[in-house]
Each structure stands twice: as structure tokens, then as C-alpha cells.
Design a protein around this ligand. Sequence first.
Ligand SMILES: [Zn+2]
Ligand SMILES: [Zn+2]
Length: 344
Amino acid sequence: MKQVQINGARRAGVKSVDQPQTRDNWALVKVLAAPMCTEYKAFAAGSDSPLLGHEAAGVVVDVAQPSRVQVGDRVVAMPTNGCGKCALCLRGDFIHCQDSLDFAALHGSLIGAGTMAQYLLKQDWMLVPIPDEISIDHAAMACCGLGPSYGAMQTMRVDRHDTVLITGLGPVGLGGVVNAVYRGARVIGVESNQYRQQLAIELGADAVIDPRDPEALSQVLALTHDGRGVDKAIDCSGVVAAHRLCIDAARRKGMVAFVGECGDDTPLRISDDMIRKGLRLVGSWHYNLADAPRLMRTVGEVGAQLDKLITHRFGINDIQNAWETQLTGQCGKVILRPWEGDDV
Ligand SMILES: [Zn+2]
Ligand SMILES: [Zn+2]
């Protein structure tokens, strides 16, 4: 099968590897859509990895034993490889599993672990069925397109009474706009990239503030009821200044969720931010597996929005262009099609 590889800084291609084999409860999935996420950073740095891609929708083509999925089922593959046995996995929070399975040890290599390839292996319980009326590309937005912000909004119970601040309008933040608008909330975005500012407005954001403006905080506050602050804020940028903006722009007893990964420390004032202001802070990586059917219904109802969120599609042989496009920032969600040019 074909699998994406990085050949150096900003050089990518496709290599041929053995097709992975099913065993136990691991199903073989033919990947039809692999939404692209943060792998472009490895492309820019030139660091190849056998584990490129963690988002996929496709069809089950082989199982090793009677299973929760059957050959022919259309499915979305959940990220990571939870143990399936611990308290976190059993209650749907597999993303936080501390006993994640060692894919390479189980299967002899990492072939089939990444999604930027023609096939992948996944435990049957981590494959979410796609209803007939939902397209593969739309269903694939139940990964990082809509998923991380969906998890945050479920935890914070975002609804139509809320004004929600979303900082960082990359594909995850833009997916957050789709989710918040679907819930009837009013959305204020924060983003410096003009293309993405415009896309956020098209997706239904009320206003988008440029974080480079020294008055960004007061601009956000001016858009809220009595200038008291937003009810809920979600950072999708992973930028310390944006974390601070979320904390400062949230109203008293408001909530802030951190979705964007960050390697730096964000200063937090325990008295002023937490005790006096009464903020509630949420760390949110993905969504609970029990919410998958509900998210899939959302996907079915926001199809026209997803057609705006997905701005580009590339065949696997065009991986170089796909990553170059991501690096420009002139895109929403980009989908890689592992079979384009072969059979479909
Ligand atoms: Zn577990
Ligand atoms: Zn992702």
C-alpha cells in the first residue's frame, strides 16, 4: 500500500509498504479520507515518522474474528489506541488512557498506525459507524475538525445563551465556530490571518478580532453584555498570549477551555483569576466516545457548513502540494485522499 513519507525539510513523497494485517479485535480499514492536522510541522522540519496522521474515515475491509464492525461498514477511526479496559476507557475517555497499547509491539511495526496511508488498523470499539446519509468527507470532520471543540463545548455546556470567544481560527478553531453556531451561541473569534478571519465570518462568527491590535481585549469586552466578558472561551491557538486573552476576556464565573497544545507556561494568578473571578478552567483534548452518535448527528445537520470548512482536497501523490498549502495558512480543513489516482 501507499504511505506518506517525509524526505527532508519541505520535501514529501509516497512510499510502498506492506499492507497491514488484522489480528484479534483490530480491523483493517481502507482509508478514504485522511483530514490533515499538525503533521505539516514535521514536513516543515523535515522529520520523517512512520506515524503520520491520526484522523481518518473509510470502510472496514477485513476483520480477524467476529467483531463489533463488519466488512463493508463505513467508519470514523478515533485517535490513539486506548487499552479498552481501564476506568477511563470504559467511560469513554479513552483519549486520556494511561495504558495505551504499544502498536509496534503488537503488530511488529508501525505500518497501519498512521492514517496518511491507504490502510490502517484500529480496534473495533474505536471505530464509530457513519450513518448512510453522511458522506465520508463530512464524517471525517468528527476527528479534529469538529472533535476537540465539541468535547470542550460538551464539558462547558455551551448553548444559545452564551457568547463564546474562540482564539486561533485554524482548522480546529474554525470547527469550533461551526459547533458554537450550531448550538445557537454567539461567537467572537480572534485570528490574525485574513483568509481565516473571512472564513470564520462565513461560518457564522459575529466578529473576528485581530490579536495584534493592542486593544484586542477591550474590543472583545465591548462586544459582550455590559462589557462584563464572554461566558465561555476556548483557546485553539496554543499561544500563551491567547491563553491570557481567554482568561482576561471571560466574565466572572465564566469558563475557559484549552484545546490548542502549548509547550510554554501560561502564568495563572490563583487569587485574581481563580478565587476572586471564580473561573473554571477545562483541559480538553478530544470528546467522550459516548458523544460520538450525537456528534455524528450534528455532522449530518451542518453539511453546508462543512463544505465551507473543508477548503482543499489532495490525492496522496500530491502530498507535497497538500502540505505546502497548509503552510500558507490560506486554507480551512484539508483532506488527503489515499486512493485518488488508484482505485476509489
Ligand atoms: Zn485505557
Ligand atoms: Zn488532528
